[in-house]
Design a protein around this ligand. Structure first.
Ligand code: ADP
Length: 270
C-alpha cells in the first residue's frame, strides 16, 4: 500500500486528500488555515492519518498547492491551483461528463477556467482583488445575519426566490447595507438570498469575459451551499455540475497529480 497526498493550503482552509495506487480516495480532511500555515498543515496531516489508522511512512509522493503552498516546507512538489483544480475536476468527472468550464469560488478569490475537449486549459479569468464575489462575502454575511455559513442555504430557499437586491459592489459597504436592511425590518432569508444573487451576478459578469462551454463544473467551499448553486444557475441560465466534496477538488487534483508523477518517475527508473 502506498499513499499519494494532495495538500491545498487555501486562504480559508487547509484541505488534504489521500489516494492509493488504485486511485481510490482513502481520506479527506480539513482545518482552518490560520496564521501558522506550516505547523497547521503538518498537524492536519498527522491528525488525518491517525484518525484513519493510516501509516504516514507509506506516503510515496506529496504535492502541495494553493495560496500558501510556498510556505509549506515538506512535500515533493508544488503546483499552482489552476493545474490542481483541473486535475481534480477531471479525476472526479471520470468518464461521466465532459467538463469544459470550471467555476471555482474560494475563500478570497474566484476563478473561471476554460478547457478544451482534451482537458487542456485554454484560458482563465480571475477575481482576486475584491472579496464581494468570494466565500469571504458569504462568511461576512453569515456573521451579520448571526447564522453559520452552512445555514445560508436553508435561508435562501425560505425566501422562495424573492431576493433583496444588494447594491453595494464592495464587501465592506455590503456589510453596512446588510445591517441597514436588518434595521429596516427585512427578513434574514431574503437578505441571504440577495447575497447569493449578488455573488452570482458578479460571477456572470466575470464569465462574460470568457466563453462558457458545457459542461460547467462549480467547485470550492461555496459549492456546498445549494442556495449559491441555485442563484448561479439562474444568473448563468444553465445547469452546473457539482461533484461530491466540492471544497476538496483542488486537493484531490494535487493527490492525483502526485500519483501520476510517482508512476512516471517509477517507470523512468525501471
Ligand atoms: P480556500 O481554498 O480559499 O481556503 P475554500 O474553497 O475552502 O477556499 O472555500 C472557503 C469558503 O467556503 C468559506 O469562506 C465559506 O464561505 C464556504 N464554505 C465552507 N464550508 C462551507 C459549508 N459547509 N457550507 C457552505 N459554505 C461553506
Amino acid at each position: 500500500m502506498k499513499y499519494f497526498v494532495g495538500i491545498d493550503i487555501g486562504s480559508t482552509a487547509i484541505k488534504l486528500a489521500v489516494l492509493n495506487e488504485g486511485e481510490n480516495i482513502c481520506a479527506l480532511g480539513q482545518s482552518p488555515t490560520g496564521s501558522r500555515f506550516n505547523q497547521n498543515t503538518e498537524d492536519t496531516l498527522d491528525r488525518l492519518f491517525a484518525e484513519n489508522h493510516m501509516d504516514k511512512s507509506l506516503i510515496a509522493y506529496t504535492v502541495t498547492t494553493g495560496y500558501g503552498r510556498k510556505l509549506f516546507k515538506s512535500g515533493d512538489e508544488k503546483i499552482n491551483e489552476l493545474t490542481s483544480n483541473v486535475e481534480g475536476a477531471i479525476f472526479m468527472a471520470q468518464k461521466d461528463s465532459n467538463i469544459q468550464t470550471i467555476i471555482n469560488i474560494g475563500g478570497q478569490d474566484t476563478k473561471i477556467i476554460q478547457l478544451d475537449r482534451h482537458n487542456q486549459m485554454t484560458n482563465f479569468v480571475m477575481n482576486d482583488k475584491c472579496a464581494a464575489g468570494t466565500g469571504r462575502f458569504l462568511d461576512i454575511a453569515a456573521r451579520n445575519l448571526e447564522v453559520d455559513v452552512e445555514d445560508l442555504e436553508k435561508l435562501h430557499f425560505q425566501a422562495l426566490n424573492r431576493p433583496l437586491t444588494i447594491n453595494s459592489t464592495c464587501a465592506v459597504f455590503a456589510e453596512s447595507e446588510i445591517i441597514s436592511l436588518l434595521a429596516s425590518g427585512h427578513n434574514t432569508s431574503e437578505i441571504a438570498c440577495g447575497i447569493h444573487y449578488s455573488i452570482a451576478k458578479r460571477i456572470a459578469r466575470l464569465a462574460s469575459r470568457i466563453q462558457l462551454n458545457d459542461d460547467v463544473l462549480f467547485d470550492g467551499g461555496p459549492a456546498l451551499n445549494g442556495g449559491m448553486i441555485d442563484a448561479l444557475e439562474n444568473e448563468l441560465m444553465r445547469k452546473v455540475i457539482v461533484h461530491p466534496h466540492p471544497q476538496f477538488t483542488t486537493a484531490i487534483g494535487a493527490s492525483f497529480y502526485a500519483l501520476k508523477q510517482y508512476r512516471f518517475e517509477y517507470q523512468s527508473v525501471n
